[in-house]
Ligand binder design. Structure first.
Ligand SMILES: C[S@@+](CC[C@H](N)C(=O)[O-])C[C@H]1O[C@@H](n2cnc3c(N)ncnc32)[C@H](O)[C@@H]1O
Length: 274
């Protein structure tokens, strides 16, 4: 894909999620966008999670729950790729606490504004949102302990670049905890060419094998991509009657950057950071 085509894909995606953030589309189905916030319960979030975040931060745009993969600890620095209105960032912020920090990156200006408005209503000031592309992260090398992402990397036209950037910004021993859509087989041509299927987290999904290869080639170890077979239940509703659930599924994606992780026990947190 040429650089120009990649930019066109990002532009279409940006327009779509800009409209979601502004609320100018009531329903942007098909796909992962603008399903009711309560749909998050089917993804593994609890009622307590939904109650713990500022109103308006959960737009129901996820396809899994990366928090359950991340095992976040107090004091850690967390990056959320494609943070939307901030839902996973706010949950992560509660877990890493005042000694930790959460950074959300999203390329859609309206989403970043919405997330910042939501953050302004919090007492805790350990979350910030940056405008940027996940293929060109606005973060320093080796500055992050954990990377979360929920239903975003499928939308990227350059997935190897996303993982190269993730590797760059992670500290040694840092980990990826990602929920995303994966492709199970060849999409029918009509679906593959459907722009709304692209922006709706279907047509851009990579296969499990490709994701494993991208991650391994970049240098990650402990790569695991696990398909959630039960996701058929909610993916069927993304494009009812299309049979889309036969072609894509939600998956948990985990990997680690080689090296020793930063110690975050009270006795040593703030010590050497690789
Ligand atoms: C399906 S929504 C998920 C939002 C959020 N993770 C959640 O679960 O609520 C996808 C988000 O990723 C952002 N996004 C898509 N492609 C991106 C890219 N290449 N770089 C940065 N952000 C991107 C969109 O602007 C949108 O906010």
């Amino acid at each position: 894909m040429t650089v120009e085509t990649q930019d066109r894909v990002r532009q279409v995606v940006r327009e779509q999620y800009g409209n979601v953030a502004k609320g100018t589309t009531q329903s942007c189905a098909p796909g992962c966008c603008a399903v009711a916030p309560s749909a998050s319960l089917a993804l593994g979030y609890s009622e307590a999670d939904l109650a713990a975040v500022p109103e308006g931060s959960n737009l129901g745009l996820g396809c899994g729950n990366p928090q359950t993969l991340a095992s976040l600890r107090a004091g850690e620095t967390v990056l959320d790729l494609g943070s939307g209105a901030g839902f996973d960032c706010f949950l992560a912020a509660n877990q890493v606490g005042a000694t930790g920090k959460v950074i959300g990156v999203d390329m859609t200006a309206e989403m970043v504004s919405k997330a910042r408005e939501n953050a302004a209503r919090l007492e805790q000031r350990n979350v910030e949102f940056r405008l940027g592309e996940i293929e060109h992260l606005p973060l320093e090398d080796r500055s992050v302990d954990v990377i979360l992402s929920n239903c975003v990397i499928n939308l990227s036209p350059d997935k190897p670049a996303v993982f190269r950037e993730a590797f760059r910004v992670l500290r040694s021993g840092g980990r990826l905890a990602i929920s995303d859509v994966v492709r199970l087989g060849e999409l029918p041509e009509a679906l593959a060419q459907d722009v709304s299927a692209l922006t709706g987290c279907v047509a851009g999904a990579a296969s499990v094998q490709d994701l494993e290869r991208f991650l391994t080639e970049v240098g990650f170890e402990g790569v695991r991509v696990e398909v959630n077979q039960a996701s058929k239940e909610f993916i069927r509703d993304w494009m009812p009657g299309s049979g889309v659930e036969e072609f894509v599924a939600s998956a948990s994606i985990q990997a680690t950057k080689p090296g020793e992780a930063k110690c975050c026990e009270p006795s040593c947190c703030g010590g050497t950071k690789a």
